[in-house]
Write a protein that binds this ligand. Sequence first.
Ligand code: NAD
Ligand code: UGA
Length: 472
Amino acid sequence: MKFGEIKKICCIGAGYVGTPTMSIFAYYCPKTEITVVDINKNRIEAWNSKDPEDFPIFEPGLENIILKCRNKNLFFTTEIEKSISEADMIFISVNTPTKKRGIGAGKASDLKWVEASARQIAEYAEGHTIVVEKSTLPVRTAETIEKILFASQKIENNKTNKTFSVLSNPEFLSEGRAIDDLQNPDRVLIGGSDQNAISSLSDLYNNWVPNEKIIRTNIWSSELSKLTANAFLAQRISSINSISAICEATGADIKQVSNAIGLDKRIGQEFLCSGPGFGGSCFQKDILNLVYLCNFYKLYDVANYWEGVIEINNWQKSRISKIVVNNLFGNISGKKIGILGFAFKANTNDTRESPSINICKDLLEEGAYLSIYDPKVENYKIKKDLDIRMKEFNKNEYYGNYEICKSISDAALGCDALVILTEWAEFSNIIWEKLFLRMRKPAWIFDCRICIDFNRAKEAGFNIWQIGKTHN
Ligand code: NAD
Ligand code: UGA
């Protein structure tokens, strides 16, 4: 039995959650050896690269922590079986995307990677192992994991050959500020019933998180709290985005409204920035998961309520595409439009569910030629995101095309409009007079993040549309 101090941790999944989380564990728990494993050999090679520029995920502050801990007590490897067999504690941090086909397609989470992880643990674990759900999972997934793990147990010399405890420890980090979120979490949530296992995990967190911030619940509450937190956050964005349209119609200003309501402590200031719709790998997936759960329990009205959050989000994205087309005389066929920002938010190279994908697709469908610039997103991701769409339309003679540019200035050359879709800091400091000279007139800016120097751009000669404002 290895109850008590955790000497070796294995994390299955070297992604946006697994790597930052384990890097922070390694940094604050120097006596614990942590191995992050992945089936993706390229990802592991990239994390092991001498040049941090090769790291597969851009996350401010992560690089420094990895360089401090790597090959001391933090290791990246594809040796999954060995790492599992040596570990006292295993985090499952694999992807759980929405199912694309079969029962529950389009709503339920695809749990094949979680199940595969559980089966690997069942096969290779030795002695007592604490298994921690780090991935976001539907309520009662722990039951499935337990069934797979317990089915692997055998009685040898009157003793069970291996034993398991399953905990839920959802992750609340947000990309672009993951290191700060992990270092100073609002709370750490641990769900489970095995008090020894809970103590072992909270002892690790206690190395940097005060005990009063570590909350303990039953396992189902923990799983549901994660889905609920994301649903509430996404709901706030859909709420403020719905109000942005009312502002544009009435002459109210979304910034002023956000500020006025946010000063009410019960509402709070954060997460009230109107934008082109929420993206990221999780909000939509987790709400769909919640909707699936509601339907499963025949709570149809509750399901409809949460589905509305996604409907408003889709509406916001298509609303923006229409505004661009309408302002460019209802026709963008053959016109060049610069897209500034492709990541789903600033400070990440992640494009999963980015509103830029939908908006670019809409503009391409209208026949536009797009020049796309993002300071961190790799070209292959943009191609992957857009070419899937392009294949659907390649028979359409009016379907547009795109190029990927290395600078804002390159992207602006010959454009009728610039559409700002990600709030990268450099977009706040653009020297608009210079860009104006490079563009065709009348030149437009569609600022979907309210992040530009408005007065400077106006003085330079631009027509400007900003979300939730009426100075257009
Ligand atoms: P990701 O796709 O970036 O990483 C998952 C990794 O798991 C991939 O590299 C994949 O190759 C690997 N993997 C899959 N099956 C495996 C197996 N059997 N063995 C070894 N490796 C395997 O995903 P992510 O963004 O890190 O998200 C992981 C989970 O965390 C999801 O459930 C997500 O909902 C949740 N989550 C994500 C965030 C976020 O900001 N991205 C925040 C909180 C929670
Ligand atoms: C979100 C949650 O914030 C995390 O707590 C959670 O752990 C994570 O999902 C997850 O489970 O994956 P993340 O998606 O990384 O984190 O980023 P957010 O900062 O939440 O932004 C999500 C989307 O909402 C982005 O497209 C962002 O631009 C948009 N957003 C956010 C707004 O449009 N307005 C806002 O005020 C805030």
